[in-house]
Design a protein around this ligand. Structure first.
Ligand SMILES: Cc1ncc(COP(=O)(O)O)c(C=O)c1O
Length: 442
């Protein structure tokens, strides 16, 4: 196939005006063979359908080649109109003043902590049970992570333990909406106001859910969402949205892209580069730029979000209706008029005294029945990284007795998605049978 170079759309950085040899022309365009490779990757052949697939792919390739003969090429692949459209849509859904599309939720946490003015030696209070990404940035700069115990009903951060662990060095409280069920934000925001602390919500699981009429991720000063491939919706594999209602949002675009200031032209050069003002000193922004293709992927899935959450809610409601009839199984709280979870994961708990065994035995039984439970969330003090960085992890464990007991004895997560009714029944039966076997001492 002959390569057809097309002029790319301009970017302010390459906007050198009308020219015979414009800089914007530099860069390899995406050609039809690239598109076909993408199609093959995203829509691979089904087992047993390889022949039919090869024939259809040949036809599709020929159609794409014909389409290409009368099309231009995408000029701008990074940070352009689709990213803007996505950010507008996200801000609308979240009812937030500002939304920024970044590479992943972890990148959003980094930017939020920088705006919060976090410095080495400052303290961040995070829940004992979450994913390690929640605390990676404070650890990376030598801030101190203080782990708060969790609420046994929801596995989310316990505001009463947060209150006990606040010190004059506390700069950030970091609630996590685990599994898409909201942490109790009202008492956390009261503590934050009282002590002038920044609240950064880990809303990795929480896009589209709400707490007392406010969208999760837009309640604290900052909230960061994940669109990694395992989440309810994905930006084609990776992506994050950082949201805020604070005036720091005015600097969001610069905070994502190296502090480049398009609004300020410098003599003999196109733009200035600035450090950004935080709650403390200025900071040098990182580069967490995203692509137009990721934005298209996420916009498409956002269009289906309501239906996706509804089908997960239906599955969770069915599981609760089955499990609530079985003594010893503790079903998780579902949505109410005030609480609208996203049903990302199903929090399954047992009462070890009634069941006559703990969740470790249940996990083995479920695996033997072909039911995948998710052994992902463990107390962070169990990971080598904290010990290696000099934390006294045994002492931390003693301050988080609920997290320790839940991890050892009571909880696991089940996946939730658009199960077939057979899958859903099998899942409920497998849990109930396993629990009954444990009760019978088998
Ligand atoms: C609770 C929690 N926080 C943060 C993250 C990090 O998200 P990302 O991979 O988009 O950085 C995850 C990802 O699984 C998560 O589960």
């Amino acid at each position: 196939m002959a390569k057809k170079k097309k002029k790319a759309a301009v970017d302010f950085r390459y906007d050198t005006g009308a020219a015979k040899i414009p800089w914007a022309a530099v860069g390899e365009p995406v050609l039809e063979e690239d598109v076909v490779e993408l199609v093959k990757f995203l829509l691979p052949p089904l087992d047993g359908k390889k022949q039919a697939y090869a024939a259809q792919l040949k036809r599709a390739t020929s159609e794409i080649t014909k389409l290409r003969a009368c099309s231009g090429t995408a000029g701008k692949l990074s940070l352009s109109k689709k990213v803007e459209e996505l950010e507008k849509e996200a801000a609308k859904i979240l009812r937030a003043k500002y939304a920024l599309f970044v590479t992943n939720a972890t990148a959003g946490f980094e930017i939020a902590h920088k705006f919060a003015g976090l410095k080495p030696g400052d303290e961040v209070i995070a829940p004992a049970i979450t994913f390690i990404a929640s605390i990676t940035y404070p650890l990376s700069i030598g801030a101190k992570v203080v782990l708060a115990d969790v609420d046994p009903r929801t596995i989310n951060i316990d505001p009463e333990d947060v209150a006990r662990k606040i010190t004059p060095r506390t700069k950030v409280i970091f609630p996590v909406h685990v599994g898409g069920y909201p942490a109790d934000m009202d008492p956390i925001m009261r503590l934050a106001r009282k002590h002038n602390i920044t609240v950064i919500e880990d809303a990795a699981h929480a896009f589209g859910g709400s707490y007392k009429g406010k969208m999760m991720g837009a309640i604290g000063h900052f909230g960061s969402f994940s669109f990694h491939e395992v989440k309810n919706i994905t930006a084609l594999g990776e992506g994050g949205i950082l949201a805020t209602n604070t005036p720091f949002g005015k600097d969001f675009a610069k905070s994502r892209f190296l502090g480049i200031d398009m609004g300020k032209q410098v003599k003999n050069w196109l733009y200035d580069v600035v450090a950004l003002k935080s709650k403390g000193d200025c900071f040098a922004p990182p580069n967490h730029s995203t692509t137009e293709i990721q934005a298209i992927g996420l916009l498409q899935q956002i269009g289906r979000l309501k239906g996706i959450i509804a089908s997960r809610k239906k599955a969770a409601t069915y599981l609760n209706s089955r499990f609530s009839k079985v003594p010893g199984i503790i079903p998780p709280p579902l949505g109410t008029a005030e609480i609208k979870p996203t049903y990302h994961l199903y929090l399954l708990q047992i009462d070890p005294e009634i069941v006559g065994g703990d969740v470790q035995t249940l996990k083995k039984k479920l695996s033997a029945k072909g039911v995948v439970n998710i052994p992902h969330y463990a107390p962070l003090y169990k990971f080598s990284i904290l010990r290696q960085l000099g934390y006294d992890t045994k002492a931390i464990e003693k301050t988080c007795p609920v997290a320790e007991r839940m991890f050892q004895k009571t909880f696991t997560h089940l996946p939730l998605y658009d199960f077939t009714s057979e899958q859903l029944k099998y899942l409920a039966d497998a849990v109930i049978e396993s629990v009954n076997e444990m009760k019978a001492g088998r």
